[in-house]
Design a protein around this ligand. Structure first.
Ligand code: FAQ
Length: 312
């Protein structure tokens, strides 16, 4: 079969909604796109543990601490499912992590913003996990089998994360004036970075067209961003929080909210490594790898010893 015939068959399979599995033939570009997207997604989950992990010791009570601890552990689990999905495409976990540490691979821009107050933790759950779910529910139907199956479990957990964040904010917004002000301040700082999570506008998105054709992505960046805004505005109204956008307005004709243009200069600056916490985040991951080297060495020495015993 020629390359062109193979590609045609591959596309037919995608069009018929048949999942692509690790041993199936796939175009190199499809494989590379998946490795890029899934590994960046995995890195986002793992780097995303840092701003929240920083608050575990400072949670205001035992219940909040237990919930936050569980959430941060969930994110580690998501990273692991996703690194495994990348391995099914023939790229080792070691390589994937090295690509993050060398700056070759990206992770979500949102995690380069600091979590300054306790209200930021509720806001991250509500807005950041909320944005993540909007994007990830669609990924449950992505064309690559291992990624789609990982996303089903991840989405169930992200949904709990979003709700615990919202519940925490309900408490703050119905608390003292200082607590409400703290929630508003968190909203002011996280709203725009949350909208940036969906990526560049469709006009600027380099990968969207091909990824939609391959059904890796089911919706474009702008479509998902709009759905997020439409779903979130009523939630902010219930909390009594003001969204920091004077142009935010329901558009009867479109059946959607209109909102201001994103500051794309800020977005690209953060993506390129110049956000408020980029250097700190990467340094924390490199340090974790170095400090965990002895654990990996001990584990592989133990595995070798056990294998030797077994064969003897
Ligand atoms: N930040 O052509 P497109 C979470 C890059 S998980 C940084 O539109 P694509 C859970 C993009 O990589 C959050 N870079 O790209 C949690 C590309 O650069 P490249 C992560 C970004 O792939 C919650 C270039 O710009 N979720 O939050 C960003 O078609 C709380 C051009 O962009 C996922 O990763 C960005 N925001 O669409 C954890 C979901 N946006 O690679 C802890 C899976 C774009 O050519 C606490 N990923 N870029 O060098 C996706 O759905 C897609 O990859 C998009 C981007 C939609 C993110």
């Amino acid at each position: 079969m020629t390359q062109a015939e193979k590609e045609l068959r591959f596309q037919e399979k995608i069009d018929r909604e048949i999942k692509i599995e690790p041993n199936d033939w796939m175009p190199d570009e499809y494989r590379q796109t998946l490795v890029r997207q899934i590994s960046q997604h995995a890195h986002s989950e793992v780097v995303g543990m840092l701003p929240e992990g920083n608050w575990i010791t400072r949670a205001p009570n035992l219940r909040r601490k237990a919930v936050l601890l569980a959430k941060v552990q969930d994110e580690a689990g998501h990273g692991l499912y996703l690194y495994s999905a990348v391995e099914t495409l023939g790229t080792s976990r070691e390589q994937t992590i090295d690509d993050l540490h060398s700056g070759k691979a990206k992770y979500s821009s949102i995690f380069n913003y600091p979590a300054l107050t306790w209200a930021d933790i509720g806001t991250i759950g509500w807005l950041v996990d909320g944005a993540a779910i909007m994007n990830q529910v669609a990924l449950c139907r992505t064309s690559y089998g291992p990624y789609a199956r990982a996303m089903v479990k991840i989405c169930k957990e992200e949904s709990f994360h979003q709700r615990q964040g919202y519940e925490s904010l309900i408490k703050l917004c119905n608390g003292t004036p200082q607590q409400k002000a703290m929630a508003q301040d968190a909203m002011n700082r996280f709203w725009w970075p949350a909208l940036m999570m969906f990526g560049p506008s469709d006009a600027e998105s380099t990968h969207s067209d091909q990824s939609i054709k391959w059904k890796i992505k089911r919706f474009t960046n702008d479509e998902l961003r709009q759905s997020f805004v439409d779903a979130t505005v009523p939630q902010a109204e219930i909390l009594g929080l003001t969204i920091p956008d004077s142009n935010l307005k329901w558009n009867e004709e479109r059946g959607h909210y209109d909102f201001s243009e994103i500051d794309w200069n800020e977005f690209w600056q953060v993506v390129k490594g110049n956000g408020p916490c980029n250097k700190e985040r990467l340094a924390a991951r490199v340090k974790a790898k170095e400090e965990g080297a002895w654990v990996r060495e001990a584990a592989s020495a133990f595995a070798k010893k056990r294998a030797m015993k077994k064969s003897a």
